[in-house]
Design a protein around this ligand. Sequence first.
Ligand code: F6P
Length: 324
Amino acid sequence: HHRIGVLTSGGDAPGMNAAIRAVVRSAESMGMECIGIRRGWNGLINGDIVRMDEDSVAHIINRGGTCLFTARSDEFRTKEGREKAYLTCKLLGIDGLVAIGGDGTFAGCLAFANEHDISVIGIPATIDNDIGCTHYSIGYDTAANTALDSIDKLRDTMQSHERCSVVEVMGHRAGNLALYVGLAAGATAVLVPEEKWDFEKDVAEKIRRARLAGRTHYMIVVAEGATSACQVAEKIKKSLGLDPRVTILGHVQRGGNPNARDRVTASRMGYWAVKCLADGKTNRVVVHQNGEITDVDMVEALKTPHQLPIGEQEVLSALTGAKI
Ligand code: F6P
């Protein structure tokens, strides 16, 4: 390859900029030129591009969001859309692509590479950490710490007023972020979509036990994919007579400067993605497995179901069991 493209697609995540920087600089160091494609796949369809070099990615390693903008593209889901995107690649002489995003982004990569002569490498970046093939996706740690910081603040005011807080954490259909944050926050209960839960047993009884053990404030963490925090709060009010406060953390969880873990992971993954292209690889996803950065087949990657980390749920149950 002598000219490759880089894009970010799907929801943004802190550390995407660090990944872009790593891709651009690694490409230069391996004798390739890297073109920035703006607004996700739409940029490839519309020829929305920006030339990038070593200097254009200076001072972004520390910034949240993505300097290339991001989008979810409906047009790229169509064959016609992908054909247009390929014409852009032909016109610009791009024969390799690094796509930074989640499962949806990788599905787009595969469809594109199956139809056209182009090498594609995916880099996992989403605050949800819901990509089955990798233990870690860029943005997760920063988002978890952002959520934790907010929950710690809520705890202060809930404790002072002896209240119950119900906090809704992002994560799309996955409970990874909620479970991790709940564990770190010392939550009274955590509801995730992967596990069957029952209001009476998993919320009401946990609050009762906490009260019997002497607590007078409670923190219930709800993954957005499990149910709505408002509904849980309604039920708490009805069945326990408490007056809970609801906080939906929302998009603040997606912003902020990436922390060290996300910057370093993004740098390593960006470098690895370009190395894959330099080695003539295609249809690969860069992954973090057991502390190592490596790459796996994209078809296999998309087939790997996401899981909650083994053990976290067990620890949480042990710690929130609050035996009396
Ligand atoms: O995938 C990241 C994420 O923030 C999810 O946690 C959430 O469900 C979704 O994106 C929100 O999407 P939008 O940016 O369209 O509001």
